[in-house]
Design a binder for this molecule. Structure first.
Ligand SMILES: C[S@@+](CC[C@H](N)C(=O)[O-])C[C@H]1O[C@@H](n2cnc3c(N)ncnc32)[C@H](O)[C@@H]1O
Length: 219
């Protein structure tokens, strides 16, 4: 049975087929580039061995697996995702590893966990929500970070869709939902500042179409 989407126009609530084959889809559509790219991103996060890290919309746990390599036995990862299919892939991947947990949890509504984190990571999820919902996601990140903790958004950078190469525009228009078009137009640093973040650091990838934006929760 097909599940009703929360946001029918969004592309981050994935189909059954894509969810079940997500890692392969990423490898095939990127011609194998995705694995190299995401390793570089995780290396740029400056992960400390005993970090407690929350991954919002964690998917299959592929990113969490790379993050886990940087942790010692005191570090931990908490992955949150709405999807049953992602849950089964994530928990299979980490079945013998106690410091990595999965919570089946919507991230687009307020939630409360009893602990706080050194880092919160969100990778290719937030662009797929309506803008007012993104504020809830950012507030969830803020509320669960320790003072001085880092919020990492890996997603599209800010760019003018009409100013880019026609082929890139065609690809973006083919694969992305209407919320992504809104996402790339916004000034994310000033938006995050309004939530109490500052001290921004940016890393760019994929011809500058993708950005890892780090924002610190003020102490
Ligand atoms: C494009 S995938 C990205 C997965 C992962 N972050 C990555 O980079 O590989 C989007 C993920 O967001 C999850 N997702 C979508 N809407 C969500 C929501 N409201 N709450 C929690 N997770 C959600 C999906 O189930 C999917 O795993």
């Amino acid at each position: 049975m097909t599940k009703m989407k929360i946001y029918p126009d969004s592309h981050v609530e994935l189909s059954h087929f894509i969810s079940n084959n997500y890692d392969n889809v990423m490898d095939i559509t990127s011609l194998g580039f995705y694995g190299i790219f995401i390793k570089r991103v995780i290396a740029d996060m400056n992960i400390q061995p005993d970090d407690a890290i929350m991954d919002l919309g964690c998917g299959t746990g592929r990113n969490a697996e790379l993050i886990h390599r940087y942790l010692n036995k005191n570090g931990s990862i908490t992955g949150l995702d709405i999807s049953e299919l992602m849950k089964s892939q994530f928990t299979r991947r980490f079945r013998n590893i106690r410091q990595v947990e999965f919570l089946q949890q919507r991230i687009d509504i307020p939630f409360e966990l009893s602990r706080s984190f050194d880092k919160v990571f969100i990778s290719f999820v937030i662009h797929g929500f309506p803008n007012e919902v993104r504020h809830v996601v950012i507030q969830n990140a803020y509320n669960h970070l320790k003072p001085g903790g880092s919020f990492f958004i890996l997603d599209f950078s800010e760019f003018d869709i009409n100013a880019i190469h026609w082929l890139h525009r065609l690809i973006f228009k083919t694969i992305e939902c209407k919320y992504a078009f809104d996402f790339i137009r916004r000034d994310w640093k000033s938006l995050l500042s309004k939530h109490g973040f500052d001290d921004f650091v940016e890393h760019y990838y994929v011809m500058k179409y993708v950005r890892l934006l780090r924002a610190l929760k003020k102490k």
